[in-house]
Write a protein of this length. Structure first.
Length: 182
């Protein structure tokens, strides 16, 4: 297994291009520029998930003395904040899944019990076909109520977890500024 970090390289004219110019936050808390973030994240997805990441930022102009040294911390801080948001979103989805599962199971049990009860009553009155239709309709309705929890637990959580893990990797990456030769 290759232990060297997977390299992502960005070429910029000036360091300010890396950050959102509309964000009034202090430098180390600034959001990344949307295009820069998309570029970094898309390249990070291309690398194997077991490899750590390294960001090399090639600059054409020397950055201000107060900005250059804090760039790595600012980038990592941004991705850490995004990872925490994704983690909260993941936990919210799991909570929603548990609630949906409880509601769906309760509704399914009610539908099955009601189908058995009313199916027997309707059949006793000489309408076996109507009893079968009623019982099957309630059974189908009960299983349809299980659609959402099954969707959450079978399909929806995977992409959120993967995104969360990717953002955590980006929050740990080494960031290096490569300045122009003097």
């Amino acid at each position: 297994m290759d232990e060297t970090p997977a390299r992502i390289e960005v070429r910029l004219r000036e360091l300010a291009q890396l950050f959102n110019s509309m964000d009034p936050s202090p430098f180390h808390e600034r959001d990344l520029d949307a295009d820069a973030e998309e570029f970094i994240v898309s390249w990070a997805r291309e690398h194997a998930t077991h490899r750590e990441l390294e960001l090399l930022i090639h600059l054409a102009e020397v950055p201000p003395a107060d900005r250059g040294p804090g760039t790595g911390d600012a980038v990592r801080h941004y991705f850490l904040a995004r990872a925490e948001l994704k983690h909260r979103e993941f936990r919210r989805l799991m909570r929603q899944g548990r609630f949906s599962l409880g509601v769906g199971l309760a509704f399914l049990v009610c539908c099955l019990a009601l189908g058995a009860l009313t199916g027997g009553i309707v059949a006793a009155h000489g309408h076996p076909t109507a009893a079968d239709i009623l019982k099957e309709s309630l059974t189908i309705g009960g299983w349809v109520a299980m659609w959402r929890p099954l969707e959450i637990y079978l399909y929806e959580w995977w992409p959120l977890r993967d995104e969360w893990r990717l953002l955590e990797r980006l929050a740990r990456m080494r960031v290096t500024l490569l300045l122009p030769a003097a």
